[in-house]
Design a protein around this ligand. Sequence first.
Ligand SMILES: [Zn+2]
Length: 522
Amino acid sequence: MSRSPRQVQSWPFPKENMANALKVRPSLWAYVLLVLLILPRFVTAAETQASGRVDVILWFDTEDYLLPADDDAAKRLAEMLTEKGVRATFKVVGEKARVLEQRGRTDVIEALKKHDIDYHANYHSVHPTPSEYLADCGLLDGMEEFIRREGGGAADVRRIFGRDTLACYGQPGSSWGPQTIAALAQIGVAPHGIPTYVDEGNHIGLKGRPFWYCNALVVYDMPPNRTRFELHVPQALEPGKKAVTEINERLKAQGGGLISIFYHPCEWVHKQFWDGVNFSRGANPPRSQWKAPPQRPIEETEAAFARFSQYIDHIKSLGVRFVTASELSTIYPDKVRSEGATEDEVREIAEVLASPDSKGIDFLVINGKSFSPVDQLEILLSADEKKVPHGLLGPDGAGPTAGEGTVQKIDWAAFETAMKDVRDFARREKRVPARVFIGADAVRPEDFLIGLARANLDKTKSGSWPSEVMLGKNVELLTAQHVAKDTPGIFGGWVIHKEGFRAPKILEVARWQAWTLKPAMR
Ligand SMILES: [Zn+2]
């Protein structure tokens, strides 16, 4: 049976998506009623699959290369967690790894090696930071610049910690950019071959659940499933424990999920962040003038370790499972990448895209498989050959806006030529073209995809391609709505960036890459 959009999006999306999904055309109400009758069966299946298991990812941005006490704090944390049987995710800054090597701290390196070793930029807060150097870049030059500036640091962390790959990357402060995610494999951040990103921020997200973006598995924008307590406030521990308990209960009731908790080892020992002391609001003193931040009295550090130990013991007592970045791609396997789409799923994708009531192009979840807009494009392009989609990037530019004279209804021969051209572009460039040519005219890839879906449906129904194809007209890429709007705080809120620093182009490139966005499924 063919499924209606109601069923396609029924689980596990938040309520607002449910509301949208319910707006189906009247002729679909018969389907909807039928679906309502069989829905409980699907929900049960989904819950069984997730088995209500709650995972906790505990990650540490290991970045203070100025205060030597941070070396000891990192070691002590790593050893404490090892003793408790908890593996954590240590995101190490390139210069921090080099400093540990120069200071001869093989003891710290060995303690950290019992955990995931990850990456957190080469110099973190030395200007230009990633968002500063990406601010005027497009997709491709931005990826190149990220590789040029951060690749050496990643190689140092790999060498110093003896790893073939680092388990994830996450940006310094709010210095985010889609180009960094797209380039992770090229700097050696791809456990089991899957680029992985773990951090916190609100540039893009699906509000508390991991997702795929730029072909990387991403843990980001995790509230309401992100939590922590203030280490140095004695009264904060009990509310902190209660907060984890509550998230755990809620997620269990929802069929399982992931809790994200992060700290910095330097928080145990410093009075002020090392980078705030040196690089605030665009300051960029030479290395000779870098200052270590003021250190906390030993008693305060000891009390914070004691409280954190109790916090971890409490989380362990909840029966959750601690996971690390390198495990994420096995917990959230991308079945579309391994299995492709069945005939029914191809038809489902085409039906949803071609629906007259469609508001635009969105990700789809069918049979527990998650299809990004780019997956849908790849699958429909190769529907005849049943190829598994490789995972393209989004376009490197904005497509042309369709105006009065823009071609919409085109002959099959011209459409077929365009199909071949898009296929060839995708194979060579590994991304969606920003412009699809119909002879001399360029159209947006979104409008082309709708035409492709309509043509596929005709072929499925009648057994042959149509004589004419109707393209979409200025069809919206709905997944781009999950990219943040440009606000003064989105980049400028980080104290290291200059006051008033804005980077709207980074968000524009991010919206083009929303072609690749889809929820990660367990
Ligand atoms: Zn950091």
